[in-house]
Design a protein. Structure first.
Length: 134
């Protein structure tokens, strides 16, 4: 009887902890300051969590206001309220990999992006994305 009770309690606790982890799946929109004081740039993330795996796309505006192209995220991971993923894009200088790490809190996703700067030195940008209802 004690073993059954312990088993049931363990299962219930596991389900409770799983329910506490917020769902990252959905559309997220972040705004960052424009270059040189220009208009703010809007970046949209469409994310889907499946257990510990994170998939989706990122859409950022192109250069000088041109329409952006959705880019698939890779190496996406979910660990409770923490996520990480990479975005790979082709540039004039070859492939550029941006690494994202974030923490979900309610309807806010705080992200830190690290990518190579123009001289190769890592550049970090922080942004807060909000869950979109559209």
């Amino acid at each position: 009887m004690t073993k059954k009770l312990l088993f049931v309690t363990t299962i219930l606790l596991a389900l409770a902890f799983a329910a506490l982890a917020a769902d990252i799946s959905g559309k997220w929109v972040a705004e960052t300051p424009g270059r040189g004081g220009g208009a703010p740039r809007q970046t949209t993330f469409e994310l889907k969590a499946d257990g510990a795996k994170l998939t989706g796309t990122m859409l950022a505006p192109g250069r000088q206001g041109a329409a952006g192209t959705p880019v698939e995220i890779t190496n996406g991971k979910v660990d409770g309220n923490n996520i990480s993923f990479e975005v790979k894009r082709q540039t004039q200088n070859g492939e550029m990999v941006s690494k994202y790490e974030g923490t979900l809190s309610g309807d806010e996703l705080k992200l830190k992006t690290t990518r190579p700067g123009q001289d190769g030195t890592p550049m970090t940008v922080e942004m807060t994305a909000k869950r979109s209802t559209t």
